[in-house]
Design a protein around this ligand. Structure first.
Ligand SMILES: [Zn+2]
Ligand SMILES: [Zn+2]
Length: 290
């Protein structure tokens, strides 16, 4: 039961790490700041194109929908020429590849591209295959919520001034540390604690309850009363019995010093060290012994 649980835990952990590595951790590495209000949206920079600088990139946000309702996703060039300077275009994910969108918008003269997800909230990194050295403008990805808010903002007022900035490099690094180092460590500590609890439980099951041990009969040893086959020494401490020594008589009729056997039964194992008969099942007869 415990092993199966452990296996399940390990499997769940591996799946989590695999999922994290494969799909990304959903963390942002860049931000979009509305210059007038300082409201910030989390985004992620594409794997292709130039990186964002410390100063950031400022421009007026326009939606593809406001230019041409039939080209919301930016999969083709616009039918009419774009008027304005330093424009950042907001387009929707889907229909064509990210790189096609960015190339189209670069050709239209936009200084940066914001790609919004119409369905999912998770941030993804936009990848492209082949040579992408022709891409001269940065592009970022935003999730569904932020895509909607940015669309509303740019529709409310003409030309919202936004700034694309990059975030602290420390955050993704911190995520890596958490996933690669901390999470297995926490897992190992948890397994260790469970193992300790289980070991303690098993020990408690092994030993005899003190009240059972106390109820076992005691006799006083006298050398003069010794019979021929009676043992002369305690098998636990290996010392000879002396006159007036207190001996505990086990259900199996084996005898030991009271201190020796009590300590054995209540701390080590709940059975006779010689014949291994359990003291808790004392009513049972052992036919081979007198
Ligand atoms: Zn002894
Ligand atoms: Zn015994």
């Amino acid at each position: 039961m415990f092993n199966r649980f452990l296996l399940f835990l390990l499997l769940a952990h591996c799946l989590f790490v695999a999922h994290w590595v494969h799909f990304g951790n959903g963390a942002a590495d860049a931000s979009i700041v509305i210059v007038a209000t300082n409201v910030t949206f989390q985004d992620r920079i594409a794997a292709f194109g130039p990186r964002l600088t410390e100063e950031g990139l400022t421009g007026n946000l326009v939606t593809a929908a406001s230019i041409d309702k039939n080209n919301v996703k930016g999969c083709e060039r616009f039918k009419k020429p774009i008027v304005g300077k330093d424009l950042i275009i907001l387009i929707e994910r889907g229909e064509c590849s990210f790189i096609d969108k960015v190339r189209n918008m670069q050709a239209e003269g936009f200084v940066a591209v914001v790609v919004g997800d119409p369905v999912h909230r998770t941030l993804i990194t936009m990848y492209a295959t082949g040579d992408t050295r022709d891409v001269q403008i940065p592009s970022v990805f935003v999730g569904q919520d932020d895509y909607q808010k940015l669309t509303q903002l740019s529709e409310m007022e003409e030309g919202v001034l936004i700034k694309l900035t990059k975030d602290d490099i420390l955050q993704p690094l911190l995520d890596v540390i958490i996933v690669v180092i901390l999470s297995p460590t926490i897992m190992m500590i948890f397994i260790y604690i469970v193992w300790r609890i289980r070991r303690r439980q098993r020990r408690r099951q092994d030993i005899a309850p003190p009240q059972v041990v106390c109820n076992l009969p005691i006799k006083i040893y006298y050398t003069s009363r010794r019979q021929e086959n009676d043992p002369t020494e305690c098998c636990i401490c290996l010392e000879d019995y002396q006159d007036k020594d207190e001996l505990r008589i086990m259900p199996c009729k084996h005898e030991f010093h009271v201190a020796c056997i009590d300590s054995w039964l209540t701390r080590q194992k709940g059975f006779c060290p010689i014949c291994k008969r359990d003291v808790c099942t004392a009513t049972e007869e052992t036919p081979l012994l007198p």
